[in-house]
Design a protein around this ligand. Structure first.
Ligand code: GAL
Length: 829
């Protein structure tokens, strides 16, 4: 038997191993981030924890790891964690620590962008609105009130992470942290105070003593030891401001966000891969995808104004967590390639050769191995040239990576993975009736519409942020005007005019609805103007102002006005004579929020429901009635595929499933007619978010994500608050899955096909040679392999969840084609 002494020392070793042996030293030199002294190629992706659910995190992170990432990046969202000053919430999908531990459990690193200003298309850039209402505060500048709050929150987050040993210096996953966000883009607007503030940010961050490097993005004067990093669609031209800072890219925008009234942005896999490969060709060693999974803006978290509930971003994982193919797979192959040459990239001697016509070669040479990049930045011409005695062809706007400087291992323009066509399928839950049956009840607004009753009053028009303090999208502005028929404004032809900043206004006069108006995306100042019939004597004017996400970006974005800044006027016209009566300085009464929201009409809490159950009626279900509440029950679709609710027919409002808000909806807002093209999207040339757009003229967002974890197996409740008026009869639940998969893979590659866990059911097309067309319209070319490609695919794939095919003459038989052969395939899932 071992003497007790040995047992003790073994457990001591074990303790040491578990607690500190994993601690790693994260540092950097001018070339790369180093982990335990070793320079690393680091590929990271943004997944914002509140934009999915805790139940989704493991799968998202697993897919990120399989996609070849080393790290997951997230911002920290101050407003949701500290909704009221010094009252905190880290529950459910706000459980930052659980998220970081999930990243750690998957064996990935984490990058923690604390901000706490984050931008991120998140309401108010992540600032709690109460911050704006603190006496004496000025946000994002050298202001003691603000800096005190910012330090308090930053310290809270750092201490929470420290307590759980989550920094790499403690054995945890966090290898980098960020303070502020893109302040350099707006700093000049803050003058000297801006510079003082950014210095303070750096000092405050350093004083947190986290044991890993701090970064500042888009901050070309970042004080040492902050590492300044680049954000954008391309960052190959970026140089950090210190020779000891590595070239880092914190936001490679994988697509773009969507706005109400805007089209769907798409960035091609080829262009995204090109940007990454150019970055590594030009000395970059850390790169983060913004977003890797965009997800959903649940509740009222969407920023803006006018950011949609979907934050899909055309990211490698779609809003629901499905692989967005071919983007996910094409990048995975790039990541595998970059990791395989980590040693040469981070330690090799670098030689650049300008081969003319925008073609550049870069050699990374170590004594044992050389890796070459051949980059063709010409947006139209393919390039054929001789390099180191060998002939190469590099397609326009692409980079070839030659891991051994001899053979092309990867080219950013040659996509050899499947593209998946996603489809929405009907809810096949047993005994689910064809259409849902609804009850309804009106929003109770009589006090406002007919009595003008509020909670507070002032002789001025107030900003919606000041009045609502972030508690609601809705604010009633109510006043009365006494008119005698000898009043100068009195005429048969009177107009009510309201100058608004955002974003929707519904107007009522003397208890009657007068009209509504809303801003167009991009121009949030608008004027509501409508002819009005007023009475001699007292007239009541009730204005319901609605915000749709608060401004999240720009110099002094926090001061952008919301609601009705005025003037509010009545104009009377007699012939050419115009008389204006300004009501702005009248006594205005204010009421924050809606009755139904304040009284939780959306709740399924039996205590609340028993009181209100009788008020939901099935009789006389109205359509196109504004300010109405609708309620139904439904069964969760079978299986595990992600679920969406199709809200076609509805106007605008908010939706709740089992009491949880799935976000704002606005399917009646059609996307712009401009910008879409029937031509296939050309990946060549610099990308911006106006390129390759889709969905012109259709509802900006028709489908809304209902996370599986929001639903029960049996009965579920959907509640809609309809603001404009709509018809719920077409509302239905669907699942999102792969309908078919296509590929156009190059010879010598192995093609993998999969239908997201379902068997492949049929082969619609297969040809090895020089096939033409694209997914959905493939056609045979002028030459083909001698074997029956369809039969080969059928044998290998049909009935299987996935299959692998060698794209070669060996598999498909010899051809009479020239040098490059491809296999085009379309399979049905
Ligand atoms: C950046 C910002 C991100 C996000 C992005 C656009 O400027 O840092 O938070 O807003 O733009 O999606």
């Amino acid at each position: 038997m071992a003497p007790p002494k040995v047992v003790l020392s073994l457990s001591a070793i074990l303790f040491f191993f578990l607690s500190s042996a994993h601690a790693v030293e994260v540092s950097h030199d001018g070339r790369a981030i180093t982990i335990d002294g070793k320079r690393r190629v680091l590929l990271s992706g943004s997944i914002h924890y509140p934009r999915s659910t805790a139940e989704m995190w493991p799968d998202l992170i697993k897919k990120a790891k399989e996609g070849g990432l080393d790290a997951i990046e997230t911002y920290v969202f101050w407003d949701v964690h500290e909704p009221a000053r010094r009252q905190y919430d880290f529950n459910g999908n706000l459980d930052l620590i659980r998220f970081l531990k999930t990243v750690q459990d998957a064996g990935l690193y984490a990058v923690l962008r604390i901000g706490p200003y984050v931008c991120a298309e998140w309401t108010y850039g992540g600032f709690p609105v109460w911050l704006h209402n603190l006496p004496g505060v000025k946000l994002r500048t050298a202001n003691d009130v603000f800096m005190n709050e910012m330090k308090n929150f930053t310290t809270l987050i750092v201490n929470m992470a420290k307590q759980e040993s989550l920094f790499a210096s403690q054995g945890g996953p966090i290898i980098l942290a960020q303070i502020e966000n893109e302040y350099g883009n707006v700093m000049s607007a803050y003058g000297d105070a801006g510079k003082a503030y950014i210095d303070w940010c750096a000092n405050m961050a350093v004083s947190q003593d986290i044991g890993v490097p701090w970064i500042m993005c888009q901050q070309s004067d970042a004080p040492q030891p902050m590492i300044n990093t680049c954000n954008g669609w391309y960052c190959d031209q970026f140089t950090p401001n210190n020779p000891d800072s590595p070239k880092m890219w914190t936001e490679n925008w994988t697509g773009w966000f969507k706005s109400w009234g805007g089209v769907d942005p798409h960035r091609t896999a080829e262009d995204l891969a090109f940007s990454v490969a150019r970055f590594f060709q030009t000395g970059g060693t850390f790169q983060n995808y913004y977003m890797y999974h965009g997800g959903t803006n649940f509740g009222r978290t969407a920023g803006g104004p006018y950011i949609t509930t979907s934050y899909d971003y055309d990211a490698p994982l779609d809003e629901y967590g499905n692989l967005n193919q071919p983007k996910w797979g094409h990048l995975k192959e790039l990541h595998d390639m970059l990791h395989s040459v980590e040693g040469t990239l981070t330690t090799g001697n670098i030689t650049n050769v300008d081969l003319g016509n925008s073609v550049y070669a870069t050699v990374y040479a170590t004594p044992g191995q050389s890796t070459c990049f051949l980059g063709n930045t010409n947006s139209t011409s393919d390039a054929t040239f001789v390099f180191q005695g060998k002939q190469f062809t590099v397609p326009a706007w692409s980079v070839s990576i030659l891991p051994d400087c001899q053979n092309e291992g990867y080219n950013t323009a040659k996509v050899n993975v499947q593209s998946s066509v996603m489809v929405m399928e009907p809810n096949e839950a047993e005994s689910e009736p064809e259409s849902l049956s609804w009850t309804w009840r009106p929003e109770i607004a009589d006090d406002q519409v007919t009595l003008g009753k509020g909670r507070v009053a002032a002789h001025r028009l107030v900003d919606q942020k000041d009045a609502a303090n972030g508690a609601s999208d809705y604010l009633w502005y109510m006043t009365s005007v006494n008119l005698k028929d000898d009043d100068p404004v009195w005429s048969d032809n009177m107009t009510l005019r309201v100058n608004c900043t955002g974003q929707i206004l519904h107007a009522y006069v003397n208890g009657n609805y007068l009209g509504s108006q809303w801003a167009l995306y991009g121009n949030f100042h608008y004027v509501f103007e409508k002819n009005v019939k007023l009475n001699p004597g007292k007239n009541l004017i009730s204005l319901l102002s609605v915000t749709i996400g608060l401004q999240n970006y720009g110099p002094m974005f926090d001061l952008v006005q919301n609601g009705v800044p005025g003037p509010v006027e009545i104009e009377g016209r007699k012939g050419d004579e115009r008389v204006i009566k300004d009501l702005s300085g009248h006594l205005w009464s204010y009421k924050v929020g809606l009755h139904g929201i304040n009284h939780k009409f959306f709740s399924i809490d039996p205590a609340l429901d028993s009181a209100s159950a009788s008020k939901w009626q099935s009789k006389d279900l109205p359509t196109n009635r504004s300010l109405s509440w609708y309620k139904t029950t439904f069964k969760a679709p079978l299986g595990t595929d992600p679920v969406v609710v199709d809200l076609q027919g509805l106007g605008k409002g908010e939706a709740w499933v089992n009491g949880k808000s799935i976000g704002r909806y606005w399917p009646s807002y059609e996307a712009s007619l401009d910008g879409c093209s029937t031509d296939p999207c050309d990946y060549r040339g610099a990308y911006d978010n106006t390129k390759c757009v889709t969905n012109c003229g259709r509802p900006t967002q028709r489908w809304y994500h209902v996370p599986r974890s929001f639903m029960e197996e049996d009965v579920n409740t959907l509640v809609l608050f309809e603001e404009f008026g709509g018809n719920p009869s077409l509302v239905n639940f669907q699942t999102v899955t792969v309908g078919s998969a296509c590929a156009n893979a190059h010879e010598k590659k192995t093609l993998k096909l999969a239908c997201q866990g379902r068997p492949i059911s049929a082969v619609k097309f297969a040809s090895f040679g020089d096939p033409q067309g694209s997914c959905g319209s493939f056609a045979k070319g002028s030459c083909e392999g001698s074997n029956d490609a369809v039969a080969i695919l059928q044998n290998a794939c049909v009935g299987k969840e996935s299959c692998s095919i060698d794209v070669s003459e060996k598999t498909f038989g010899s051809t009479t084609c020239g040098s490059t052969k491809r296999l085009a395939v379309e399979v049905t899932c």
